[in-house]
Design a protein around this ligand. Structure first.
Ligand SMILES: *Cc1c(COP(=O)(O)O)cnc(C)c1O
Length: 384
């Protein structure tokens, strides 16, 4: 039989301007990306600290391929776990101030694996409405009762968590990926204590960016392993490499080794990626100037955007979304900006709620002030 109903569905997606189109880039160097033969300034990447192209990170990667080759050859539990992976786990444990760390091949897999290893039928999971898809999917996969609370709404969470049964887990993004605001983590930790629940934070966009040494949202708030027992971070964003990790107690990590199916049944990240990440971790922790520069650029943009009367969302991080609303308009503006030399994706449903399409503008420590000013000029000239 044919795929005619699928073709119909695709047509519907197109008609609502929800169709996704991949941009093929032929070049990716710091904040410049080449699309359709044209070099543009990239304001869509999550390479916040500009480490993805750092010469030392690249050098570590290349050197490690001499020793290990490219592919890791198998899962961690078979023969894919190298000295480099092991050293990276120990260094991340030290960096996060947690007992132990476990690497995962991607952040998506980490979230799916952790939640489904810790919960099952009879338990309950409480998730912020704006949580990343991988956290929501992990909660659904676990078989626990799945409850979403209104964004950063402690009153709503407290009301929902009251009649709990089994083990409860509160799950949140640290920095909300499409909004740029922070979770109210100290308050969530308090709700957890009051209700004998666990807290899990996905700090994909906080690590490297928040906290004096880049320790992310938990460093920003000064929260311990006891207050936030399950800490997850990704390596593909501020670290500039690839993969993810979970940090926590010995018992937590050993449980994940034994039970997290997305850890057990997948190929380990290449050892050369682990080596590159060890170098990027050193840079991330030591180079405070990257965070300072990122903050300066972000503030410069936010101030300029306000002066222009742009509909900027409430965020103090390097994620500075402009709320557009309509799907068609968001795509049109994104295209107009591309024509002017700026790559900014139009983010639409289901990544964000319906009617809340936006331009998700992100900054990197490698942007220059003049890039920010040029972007503000371009935003002023396209009809917003
Ligand atoms: C990017 C992201 C993930 C997924 O991480 P990958 O390593 O890209 O799979 C998970 N959670 C959040 C909040 C993210 O932004």
């Amino acid at each position: 039989m044919g795929f005619s109903h699928l073709a119909g569905e695709l047509e519907q997606i197109k008609q609502q301007s929800l169709y996704r189109k991949r941009r093929v880039s032929s070049f990716f160097q710091d904040v410049k990306v080449e699309i359709d033969g044209k070099s543009v300034i990239n304001f869509s990447s999550n390479d916040y600290l500009g480490l993805a192209n750092h010469p030392d990170v690249i050098k570590s990667f290349k050197k490690a391929t001499d020793k290990y080759g490219v592919g890791s050859g198998s899962a961690h539990l078979i023969c894919g776990h190298s000295e480099s992976h092991h050293a990276l786990e120990q260094e991340l444990a030290e960096f996060t101030g947690r007992d132990r760390v476990l690497l995962f091949s991607t952040g998506y897999m980490a979230n799916m694996g952790v939640i489904s290893a810790l919960l099952s039928r009879g338990d309950q999971v409480f998730e912020d409405r704006l949580n990343h898809a991988s956290l929501l999917d992990g909660g659904l996969l676990s078989g626990a009762r799945f409850k979403r609370y209104r964004h950063n709404d402690l009153t709503d969470l407290r009301a929902k968590i009251r009649n709990k049964e089994g083990q409860s887990l509160i799950v949140t993004d640290g920095v909300f990926s499409m909004d740029g605001d922070l979770a109210l983590l100290p308050e969530l930790a308090k709700v957890a204590v009051d209700n004998n629940a666990w807290v899990m934070v996905d700090d994909a966009h906080g690590f490297g960016v928040l906290g004096k040494t880049g320790g992310g949202v938990v460093e920003h708030y000064g929260l311990t392993q006891q207050q936030v027992p399950i800490l997850m971070g990704t390596l593909g964003k501020a670290f500039g490499t690839f993969g993810a990790f979970v940090a926590g107690s010995e018992v937590l990590i050993e449980t994940l080794v034994q039970k997290a199916r997305t850890y057990i049944f997948t190929t380990a990240m290449p050892a050369a990626i682990a080596e590159a990440t060890r170098t990027s971790l050193k840079l991330l922790a030591a180079d405070e100037w990257r965070r300072e520069k990122l903050n300066l650029l972000t503030q410069r943009f936010s101030l300029g955007a306000k002066q222009l009367g742009l509909n900027l969302m409430q965020s103090n991080t390097a994620i500075q979304p402009l709320l557009i609303g309509d799907n068609f308009r968001a795509v049109d503006i994104s295209e107009a900006l591309l024509a002017k030399g700026f790559f900014i994706n139009a983010i639409r449903f289901p990544t964000v709620p319906k009617g809340e399409s936006r331009l998700r503008i992100t900054f990197s420590a490698n942007h220059q002030e003049q890039h920010v000013d040029q972007l503000l000029d371009a935003l002023d000239s396209v009809s917003l």
